[in-house]
Design a protein around this ligand. Structure first.
Ligand SMILES: [Zn+2]
Ligand SMILES: [Zn+2]
Length: 309
């Protein structure tokens, strides 16, 4: 019996992209189903459009066993990670108890209002106040939290244009981590020595700060059995104008997994323009690059894929 199981219901970033070019890997945006232990306790990460299919699955498998009591962890509140929320059918069932956790970027903001902002008549026929389920919202920061039954979650800030949390779930000695949407921290003072306002001291400090942040992230997923990592870009694309956009390249993700002694790396948050053919080619290339000199197993996440430890 596995300790942790993950199933991918949406693997895309930015925007849903269904169509003939994305049939194999899927066109829904981020949504992960986690199951813990024999009882199959459910935790959901992100409410991208993949959550609609997850909802149908939950209605069929969980609801017959009794009212649903679950947690939804949002990595952040960009559209691609929340736009499926109104399609999670259990929120319309009065017996459902849902805890929603996630980071908020601005002090005077809260999750309730961010999700509620989508549920206004001008966008959608149902308002947040009309959802029948008992839903509690928790603005989350960095830290560790006991979720009961021996399940722990640790959250860690990553590098993205708004606050994003990576999650580390630990259960029965096994570890699953998420690191998306994110890119490696960079030296923000990294300008050419002949640029106006060049400050050698600031450059040195910036270098040290970036290194320290990257080391913290590395410690965060140290030894993970499963790491689900952002790989929106190839490294060539990343360098050709995507630096600072808040996403990682395939090559950077593989290096990060190596450094942290990760066992299985699941590449995730695919660019909506990335075709099945390209993803298959990238998977072959990346596997060939680690073969023979690493025990790291690398997979490109696709809708419907299940992995367990
Ligand atoms: Zn995203
Ligand atoms: Zn994002």
């Amino acid at each position: 019996m596995s300790a942790i199981r993950v199933r991918f219901w949406g693997v895309r970033g930015s925007v849903p992209c269904p169509g003939p070019k994305t049939v194999k890997f899927g066109g829904n945006t981020a949504c992960l189903e986690l199951r813990f232990g024999e009882a199959g306790r459910l935790v959901v990460i992100d409410a991208g459009t993949g959550i609609r299919e997850l909802a149908a699955h939950v209605m069929k498998t969980d609801l017959p066993r009794g009212p649903l009591k679950t947690q939804l962890f949002l990595t952040h509140t960009h559209w691609d990670h929340i736009m499926g929320f109104p399609f999670f059918i259990p929120i319309f069932i009065p017996t459902t108890e849902l805890e929603v956790y996630g980071p908020v970027t601005y002090e005077d903001d809260n999750l309730n209002e961010i999700l509620g902002g989508m549920l206004k008549y001008r966008y959608w026929p149902v308002r947040l106040e009309e959802l029948a389920a008992k839903i509690r919202y928790h603005d989350l920061k960095e830290g560790s939290r006991d979720l009961g039954d021996g399940l722990w979650v640790t959250s860690k800030y990553l590098n993205h244009p708004i606050l994003v949390l990576g999650y580390r779930f630990e259960y029965q000695g096994k570890v699953l981590c998420t690191a998306y949407d994110t890119e490696p921290f960079r030296n923000v003072f990294d300008v050419a020595p002949d640029a106006p306002g060049y400050d050698a001291e600031a450059v040195k400090e910036g270098e040290a700060a970036a290194r320290e942040e990257n080391e913290k992230v590395s410690r965060f997923f140290q030894g993970a059995d499963i790491l689900i990592h952002d790989t929106q870009y190839t490294h060539q694309e990343y360098l050709a104008g995507k630096v600072g956009w808040g996403h990682t390249s395939f090559e950077q993700a593989v290096n990060a997994a190596h450094r942290a002694g990760v066992k299985r790396l699941l590449l995730f948050h695919h660019d909506p323009d990335r075709s099945d053919e390209e993803l298959e080619r990238l998977e072959r290339r990346i596997r060939a690059s680690v073969a023979g000199h690493s025990t790291l197993q690398v997979f490109i996440a696709r809708e419907g894929m299940q992995v367990e430890v």
